[in-house]
Design a protein around this ligand. Structure first.
Ligand code: SF4
Ligand code: SF4
Length: 433
């Protein structure tokens, strides 16, 4: 099978709704409790879990994944008070550690790391893994895996596009933390062998562009270039960024085109860890939509969505749904849930109409899909549980951009249906290997 090319010409100008939070300062919120998953992706208990009654600091190791020793850290200082089954932002409930926050914010920092000149590539890679950092753009892919390379990369790309409507978490964090980005770049250049760093940002973000260029000017040794991209959705998607900047396509991963793409907040988290020894457990989360006081909040991960919404003045209406991650790519949730480490936004909506009217077979979802898929056909194959058809229609190539739902005149949640089909296809392909 050939590449499924991402069709940049199908990117749309959509209403960003960012004005609700973009000019407000970042504020800090310390919840009374946080809930941290006590099991790994295979549902095995974390190795080395502390006990109920144990005291922890912000940055204390809570345990490691059994399979790959990936670490999980406490985002607050306080005491572990219980194990509870709690809904997390992925829509499932898990055994979680309930940690009472003493609100002292006492850090357990990690030992200071070597300079980029002194550290070997293996040491840098191990240190990234030790940070426990995952992709903060929402995907949650462990960052160290992007740097397990067979050959050198050509370039690094910092993804500061943040094209998801309502979200300003990266933007506000970036404006006030650009120096941390430049603290981690020398390590990543050495580790990847890349010769150039691109800062991908929407061209209508002059303050962020200014901040990046001003900070770059004080690091003349770093080969850094700002790339201002059009205000289109989904411009922040990796395939789109790679095509715009390095003019190449790829099949599975950007490294096939010589690029490694990480989110701006991932860079900031790594910069803080490498320079100050603080693991990335405090998140920048935009809380917007139908709330009384929308804002972007610095808060420990594991916070409950209801606590964050209350901190932002509460929902405007009695009945509402919360979209975790933003209206295009996020999941709509009915009840309160704890935020995962990759969380970056909560959008409160009081009018989510899905699967309302029947499909008119207008074909609009097909003509706008940037992956050139046929969402309506995939949806029909899902309804008839026809796995062969779902495979033939390449449902697993969906990038979850949400455009098919956005353009659907019947307000059908086509994206969620395609994503369900995608999961079935991935599972079926694995079983047939
Ligand atoms: S979410 Fe819809 S429009 Fe986006 S890639 Fe998937 S099928 Fe295509
Ligand atoms: S856009 Fe909506 S109504 Fe039109 S074909 Fe796709 S699913 Fe059906």
């Amino acid at each position: 099978m050939g590449f499924h090319l991402f069709k940049s010409d199908r990117c749309l100008k959509i209403d960003g709704h960012k004005e609700e939070t973009i000019n407000k300062p970042l504020v800090t919120f310390e919840p009374d409790f946080v809930y941290i998953r006590a099991v790994d992706r295979g549902l095995n208990p974390l190795v080395g879990l502390p006990s109920v009654g144990d005291k922890v600091k912000r940055g204390t190791l809570l345990g490691k994944y059994e399979r790959d020793s990936f670490p999980v850290y406490s985002p607050v200082s306080g005491e572990i008070v219980a194990h509870e089954n709690v809904f997390l932002a992925d829509g499932h409930s898990y055994d979680c550690l309930k940690i009472k926050n003493d609100k002292e914010g006492t850090w357990e920092t990690q030992t200071k790391f070597k300079s980029a000149e002194e550290a070997t590539k293996d040491e840098i890679l191990a240190h990234i893994k030790d940070s426990g950092i995952i992709g903060f753009g929402g995907a949650g892919f462990p960052t160290y895996r992007k740097y397990q390379l067979k050959a050198d990369a050509d370039c690094l790309i910092i993804n500061a596009v943040e094209c998801e409507p309502y979200l300003t978490s990266d933007y506000l964090l970036g404006i006030s933390n650009m120096e941390k980005v430049f603290k981690i770049i020398p390590y990543l250049l050495k580790l990847s062998g890349a010769k150039k760093v691109y800062f991908a940002v929407k061209k209508d973000r002059p303050l962020l562009i200014e901040e990046a260029e001003a900070t770059a000017a004080s690091h003349p040794d770093i080969p850094f270039e700002v790339q201002a991209l059009p205000d289109r959705y989904p411009m922040g998607y990796e395939r789109n960024i790679v095509r715009e900047i390095v003019h190449k396509e790829y099949d599975m991963l950007p490294i096939e085109a010589g690029a490694i793409v990480n989110n701006l907040s991932t860079y900031i988290g790594l910069g803080e860890y490498f320079s100050e020894g603080k693991v990335p457990v405090i998140k920048s989360i935009t809380v917007s939509g139908e709330v009384n006081d929308p804002k972007t909040v610095l808060t420990p991960y594991g916070v409950l969505s209801d606590d964050l919404i209350s901190f932002c003045g509460g929902a405007k209406n009695e009945k509402y749904k919360v979209i975790c991650g933003g209206p295009m790519c996020g999941n709509a949730m009915d009840s309160s849930f704890a935020l995962l480490l990759q969380g970056n936004g909560l959008v409160v909506m009081d009018n989510i109409q899905t699967l309302g009217d029947p499909c008119w077979h207008c074909g609009e979802c097909c003509s706008q899909c940037p992956m050139d898929l046929q969402p309506v056909q995939i949806q029909m194959a899902l309804v008839s549980n026809d796995i062969e058809r779902m495979i033939a229609l390449d449902a697993d190539k969906c990038v979850g951009c949400g455009l098919c739902s956005y353009v659907c005149p019947s307000r059908i949640d086509v994206t969620q249906n395609v994503l369900k089909a995608k999961a079935l296809v991935i599972k079926a392909k694995k079983e047939r290997k």
